[in-house]
Design a protein around this ligand. Structure first.
Ligand SMILES: [Zn+2]
Length: 417
């Protein structure tokens, strides 16, 4: 038997798929329609036979995943019954494990947040305690939602990378001190009794954009994530780029400024070392904008100082503006490399630090990117902020569960051997 990361085992989860491939295609088609579809429209949209569509729709109605939404007359024939997604059909829990804060959401089938909660990530080096805290927070959130547990498909976790997706482990993220090969998936599943999926935070952000972001989540794009660290998740032609081990998007050591600060890797001007909030706060201290540097790994202090830096820049402090404008140019350099590598049509920014940088980045980055885009005479590249909001990591984590349970996957057509 061949060892490897086969498509069917790649997700490594006990989360059940709901229905077969054709059912997934029908549900996906209904989900993506704005006003619902009739059975006749489903036949023409999917290429399936009328009998198959009728049978599958019956099953989806019985499962409570779709609902009938009135009748529509078009021409002389019998009025057609419109079918639409039933948002309350199933739910998913999303957990975003960020070095500064843990965010929890319950999402409905339409990708809308039903309830959410947030708590600081405890500054402990004992991951077991964090797992217990996570399980309690999830239990409280489900209670608060009033939902029956059987309607909840499972829990998705968005974690800083790298991850071991086969074992469900957080490997050794640079900003989570003390986390080394933590079997988070198994531990949280045992603590909650629910199936658990784990993926990288940037991958979750891409999936959130695709499921809940509207038009900006279609086609080929990079999601540039501005958190305690910076990262990139990519989608090409509506498919998430995951790489061999689900760890695609490790851009932290892209050199974006040969004169930038030294990185721990020995190079100068890596994007991580020159654009992460901690790096910008340090730069601002060096220029006298801020008074003192927070100690390493105090993510919450960095967050507070970063807010002060942005406020200084917004009120016209030239040195603060310099720091942030320079970071925008550096980010544009990394983004243009990714856009050129994969021939992308859109750059989507998001993550917990995005809203503080939005106006500046949307002003500085587009012209720099345009000048650096090799295909600019073939097609443009849009630069936008995510529509999903600050909780994109947690929403994405829950979307991983919805996506895994309901998206059509050609691999499910393969015969398992
Ligand atoms: Zn480096």
């Amino acid at each position: 038997m061949t060892q490897g990361w086969g498509a069917s085992m790649r997700r490594g989860t006990n989360l059940p798929r709901v229905g077969d491939f054709n059912q997934a295609v029908i549900l996906d088609t209904i989900r993506r329609s704005d006003d619902g579809l009739s059975r006749v429209e489903l036949v023409s949209a999917t290429g399936l036979s009328a009998q198959t569509v009728t049978n599958i729709c019956r099953r989806l109605l019985d499962l409570g995943l779709i609902a009938e939404a009135g009748k529509q007359s078009s021409g002389p024939g019998k009025p057609r019954t419109i079918l639409r997604l039933e948002p309350s059909g199933r739910y998913a829990v999303g957990v975003h494990l960020d070095p500064a804060v843990m965010t929890f959401v319950v999402l409905d089938l339409a990708g809308q947040v039903v309830v959410r909660s947030q708590q600081p990530t405890p500054p402990v080096t004992d991951p077991d305690k964090i797992v217990v805290g996570m399980a309690e927070a999830i239990g409280a959130l489900i209670d608060q939602s009033g939902l029956a547990r059987e309607r909840i498909l499972g829990i998705g976790i968005a974690s800083p990378g790298p991850i071991d997706s086969q074992r469900g482990e957080v490997v050794d993220p640079p900003h989570l001190v003390g986390w080394r090969n933590v079997p988070l998936r198994a531990a949280l599943s045992e603590a909650t009794g629910l199936p658990v999926l784990i993926d990288k935070d940037v991958t979750a952000a891409v999936v959130a954009e695709m499921w809940a972001g509207g038009p900006t989540g279609a086609g080929s794009f990079v999601f540039f994530y501005l958190g305690t660290g910076v990262g990139a998740g990519m989608a090409v032609r509506d498919s998430v780029v995951r790489g061999r081990s689900d760890n695609a998007g490790e851009i932290g050591h892209f050199v974006v400024d040969p004169d930038g600060p030294m990185c721990a890797c020995g190079l100068r001007g890596c994007i991580g070392a020159s654009c992460e909030p901690m790096a910008l706060v340090r730069e601002a201290v060096g220029l006298g904008v801020l008074e003192s540097v927070p100690t390493d790994n105090d993510a919450r202090a960095v967050d507070r100082w970063f807010t002060v830096l942005c406020e200084c820049a917004d009120s016209g402090d030239e040195r603060a503006e310099q720091v942030l404008d320079r970071s925008a140019v550096r980010v544009a350099k990394a983004v243009s490399d990714i856009v050129n590598l994969l021939d992308l049509e859109r750059v989507v920014f998001g993550g917990p630090f995005w809203s503080r940088l939005r106006d500046r980045y949307l002003r500085v980055i587009p012209p720099v990117l345009d000048a650096a885009t090799t295909v600019r005479n073939v097609h443009g590249v849009d630069v936008v902020g995510t529509n999903v909001g600050e909780d994109v990591g947690a929403v994405g984590a829950a979307c991983l569960v919805l996506d895994h349970s309901f998206s059509p996957r050609p691999s499910s057509l393969l015969i398992a051997g």
